[in-house]
Design a protein around this ligand. Structure first.
Ligand code: GLU
Length: 380
């Protein structure tokens, strides 16, 4: 089954973890060269590849005399500033050896949360792919602050799968895949070859903590797989330290863990609202409006709004909360805070009189609304 599916993959995002291509001494150049060999071989077979690579911090921290994880954000950012060009040089040389070109793309979460910049990033990626160039994406570590961080590159790679049409997410890890318990503590742990749906039980198997070099750990990989799956994309977690791992996986060998795409694919826009856009405030609604949204598939009108919190502009994402303050949906709001304070609780026929203009009857249109549930959205 996996083989049939992999045969149809035309474009893949491949995420490479710090632990795969570096250790505490810095970059493992021979390993990067081997990965480039494999990626180029896949390219030559017609696969379009977008790489998401970590390793900037590990590539640079040695120069600053740091061993282990840098302890402060400025140290991490300085290490990334030193390491990112080294990382890119390694990829550039690895691709050049096969006559291919690589390009660097550095992103923050803000770049994808703003729809214009998101579309721009997409156009750039598509143009690079059209020219046969392999984009290599990393978080823009040197400028990033907490509010606009992806957090880890597993998350970033999942978000990239919704940036442009992709058939598969491959995560190269330093372990063979997802085990039913932590294999470092339990020698009898079993590798799970196929995950049909990321349930809480599956998420629990992935445990918590990350490693010294990478930030993610298995937990964030499984979370990323879940995100990709909700976007209709399968994820393969395989061991990037094993030779020929990519070639073997694409040839259909049953290695690693394969996460099936969710059957009911969320529309790309809704996925973006649920996972990429950061909510800027809260809108409280009465029971009637809550029911209309949850049970009848309606849009949010001003009459059902009882309160607002936070500072948001038209086009920002907000959390929708019931009278008890429990969030039940996220949506992109059509009016800003000042406007909303003037029209909340009123009938749609009163919008124009209250503001002197109106954008539309709906404060949040149904198409811009995503209902939260354990299986649909995350806590962030
Ligand atoms: N952007 C970081 C780096 O290049 C890695 C983040 C992560 O480990 O997920 O070092």
């Amino acid at each position: 089954m996996r083989q049939n599916f992999l045969k149809r993959v035309r474009r893949a995002v491949i995420k490479i973890g710090s632990n795969v291509i570096s250790d505490d001494t810095g970059l493992l150049l021979p390993r990067i060269a081997v990965i480039c060999d494999e990626v180029c071989r896949l390219r030559a077979q017609g696969l379009e590849v977008i790489l998401v690579s970590s390793g900037a911090v590990s590539a640079g921290k040695g120069v600053l005399g740091i061993s282990g994880r840098p302890q402060t954000i400025p140290l991490k950012q300085a290490a990334a500033a030193i390491g990112q060009p080294r990382l890119m040089r390694a990829y550039k040389e690895g691709f050049q050896a096969h006559g291919y070109l690589a390009a660097q793309i550095l992103l923050t979460r803000d770049d994808l949360a703003n729809r214009r910049r998101y579309l721009n990033a997409r156009n750039t990626l598509v143009t690079l792919l059209d020219f046969g160039v392999t984009p290599i994406i990393n978080e823009n570590d040197t400028v990033v602050v907490e509010e606009i961080r992806f957090g880890d590159n597993d998350n970033l790679s999942a978000m990239v799968t919704s940036l442009l049409e992709v058939d598969l997410l491959v995560i190269l890890s330093d372990v063979d895949g997802l085990y039913d318990r932590n294999p470092q503590e339990h020698p009898e742990a079993r590798l799970i070859p196929l995950v049909e749906r990321v349930t809480d039980q599956i998420q629990a198997m992935a445990g918590g903590e990350g490693s010294v070099l990478g930030t993610g750990g298995m937990a964030s990989k499984v979370k990323a797989a879940r995100r990709a799956s909700l976007n209709g994309i399968g994820t393969l977690i395989i061991n990037g330290r094993t030779p020929q791992t990519l070639g073997r996986a694409f040839a259909g060998e049953e290695i690693g863990t394969y996460f099936l795409p969710a059957r009911d694919r969320m529309a790309a826009k809704k996925h973006w609202i649920a996972f990429t856009k950061k909510p800027r405030g809260k809108v409280f609604v009465d029971d009637g409006a809550r029911r209309a949204l949850l049970e009848n598939g309606k849009s949010l009108l001003p009459s059902g709004i009882t309160g607002v919190e936070g500072r948001f502009e038209r086009g920002d994402s907000v959390r929708l909360c019931d009278p008890a303050g429990n969030e039940f949906a996220k949506g992109v709001i059509g009016y800003n805070l000042t406007e909303l304070l003037r029209i909340m609780g009123k009938k749609t026929s009163e919008i124009e009189a209250s503001l002197g203009y109106k954008y539309g009857d709906e404060v949040i249109h149904r198409d811009n609304l995503v209902i939260s549930s354990a299986s649909e959205t995350d806590e962030d």
